[in-house]
Write a protein that binds this ligand. Structure first.
Ligand code: ADQ
Length: 414
């Protein structure tokens, strides 16, 4: 394939995952649409990274409960198609038969018309459910320099998490991938660090023709799950055609020593919760305020957040917290929490170490601690959430292994 100095790059964002481990937050929405950090959705990290890297031809492949994701993309990521720029959400269309996407590789296979139409040199394929900053153009440069048709972005992770990732072994002294095991049970640690593995980040760069060939062959295979990590990458590796791109070589402008090479898979409720608790620590590892590589938040037109005295002169205040626009803290105390737009907190309410999503209302004297409360839940006066795990389970709330109570969208609380 002739590679030109500035290759024509098409970006494909895989956004069709169910995110079962984030239930109940994914009961009603796709995982990439799960709200994060007050005013973001998980997909905003991948899209911001692509746009900041000056990639402007982006298709988002959606499938599972995609309504709120589609709406989010059309409202917040509309791009003028000047000079051929676009961010388009593409739902599963059953182009190759009466079935929805099987796995992520099938999603690409069923959308090959997009590649045929765009005729890119390079296709960047990224997941939509991680929190990080990454300049994909540096990975594309490394891909071209390596001469491999397939490049996999990788980061070191604790060996205890290996069964959640594709684990990579490279040839000695080379970036060529010798072995790729998808979610292995007993992987080998790294030579220089036995307690770590080199994990795939689920981000790939392909020569376009090689990707088309691989997903087309894969579609014929009956023993395939049609999965990028489980089938397509191992196919390239088996043919000796895959290289690794080490995420620690990626430098985004404005990064601090603390957040350089920060990457979080927020695929479990506990990881999702912890990543948000990091944001509200005094010195967070991940810096939302790096405007040199902005992460674009939802563009809603709410009034500013407001803090007022409530009943009997109660003091409305918040500390070590993110409070989003449209929220009114009336005589309540908020500590170490993420409060999304349009939340109401009433007198004597005490919210700590919690994530409250859009439109939640917290009544008088209510106590909410170590909890995630999904959109538009009304917490009546005097209610306790996150105080007694047994009580929470009995009321039908989910309690995570580390004791975080999750109240799903639309759950009623008595
Ligand atoms: P997982 O995240 O477990 O592992 P998967 O569930 O396929 O893999 O999700 C990857 C991305 O594809 C997500 O953004 C998801 O939303 C999307 N997706 C899944 N099925 C899809 C479908 N049918 N249509 C469209 N999009 C779909 C992957 C890799 C591992 C790697 C981890 C890193 O397989 O090798 O280590 O990501 O987190």
């Amino acid at each position: 394939m002739p590679l030109v100095a500035t290759p024509n790059v098409l970006a494909i964002v895989l956004a069709g995952g169910e995110g079962k481990r984030l239930m109940p937050l994914t009961a009603d929405r796709a995982k990439p649409a799960v709200p994060f950090g007050g005013t973001y959705r998980l997909i905003d990290f991948a899209l911001s990274n692509l746009v900041n890297a000056a990639y402007r031809k982006i298709v988002v492949l959606t499938q599972y409960k995609s309504h709120s994701l589609d709406r989010h993309i059309s409202q917040n990521w509309r791009m003028s198609n000047l000079f051929g720029s676009y961010i388009a959400s593409v739902p599963a269309q059953q182009r190759v038969g009466q079935r929805w996407y099987l796995g992520s590789a099938d999603a690409i296979y069923q959308s090959l018309n997009l590649i045929h139409d765009e005729r890119p040199d390079i296709v960047v394929v990224v997941g939509a459910d991680h929190v990080y900053r990454m300049d994909f153009s540096q990975m594309v440069d490394a891909h071209i320099a390596s001469g491999s048709p397939c490049t996999v972005a990788a980061i070191r992770q604790p060996i205890s998490l290996a069964d959640q990732f594709g684990v990579i072994q490279t040839e000695q002294g080379s970036s060529r991938i010798a072995e790729f095991l998808e979610k292995p049970k007993n992987p080998q640690g790294l030579d220089d660090s036995p307690h770590e593995v080199l994990a795939s980040m689920g981000n790939y760069v392909f020569d376009a023709d090689a990707l088309v060939d691989a997903v087309t062959r894969d579609a014929e295979r009956e023993d395939s799950k049609h999965d990028m990590g489980g089938d397509i990458v191992p196919d390239f590796v088996g043919r000796g055609l895959a290289s690794v791109y080490d995420f620690k070589d990626n430098e985004v402008p404005g990064a601090t020593d603390r957040d350089r090479a920060y990457w979080r898979d927020v695929g479990t409720l506990d990881a999702y919760f912890e990543a948000q608790m990091d944001l509200i620590s005094v010195l967070p590892v991940f810096n939302l305020y790096n405007y040199e590589w902005p992460i674009v938040a939802a563009q809603d037109f709410y009034p500013p957040a407001k803090f007022v005295h409530g009943w009997q002169g109660t003091y409305g205040h918040a500390v070590n917290s993110i409070i989003s626009q449209g929220t009114v803290v009336s005589g309540a105390l908020v500590e170490k929490s993420i409060v999304s737009p349009n939340v109401r907190l009433d007198s004597w309410a005490h919210v700590s170490e919690s994530v409250l999503m859009d439109g939640v209302s917290v009544g008088r004297h209510a106590v909410v601690q170590r909890a995630i409360v999904d959109k538009f839940v009304t917490i009546p006066d005097d209610t306790r959430i996150g105080v007694d795990a047994e009580e929470d389970r009995a009321r039908g709330f989910h309690v995570t292994p580390s004791g975080i109570t999750v109240v799903g969208k639309g759950q009623t609380i008595s």
